[in-house]
Design a binder for this molecule. Sequence first.
Ligand SMILES: [Zn+2]
Ligand SMILES: [Zn+2]
Length: 163
Amino acid sequence: MTVVGRCAVCFSTILSSSVIALTKCGHTFHNDCVRPWISTGKACPTCRTKTNSHDILKLYFDAPGADDSFFLATQEDNSTKIAHLHAKIDELEKEKEAEVLKNKELETKVKSQSKKITNLEKNGQRAERLAVIISQLEGNLQNQNALKKKLEETEHKLKASEL
Ligand SMILES: [Zn+2]
Ligand SMILES: [Zn+2]
């Protein structure tokens, strides 16, 4: 049974299975509630429009009555759909969590890589400094060789003059 409205005479719900009365002003009530009201008051309980008993129509909803199988079926349909959607949401959330974990892993990887890079850069600077020292040493060595040659030459000259 489906609730389709509320009766302004008795203030309780109007169900699709109720005998519903429709006034010419468009308001709905329980048929049993509004008929005695109109016969004495001659006006709509809701909006006070002048109304006679012959202005009241009976309203029937073309909806299943006793077993409401159609509504139950669509409700079941909807609840399975909702369950499916919930499952999908769960899946997506799990995927998202996995992505977050992956991102964290990547972040730590990037951090360790950038540390390695700075270490390599430091090593590179050290290598450059070493290269400078080596070239300086090589220069010293060349100077020493030159000095050695000069020394040998002078020794030769000395020996020659002694002879
Ligand atoms: Zn009523
Ligand atoms: Zn009315």
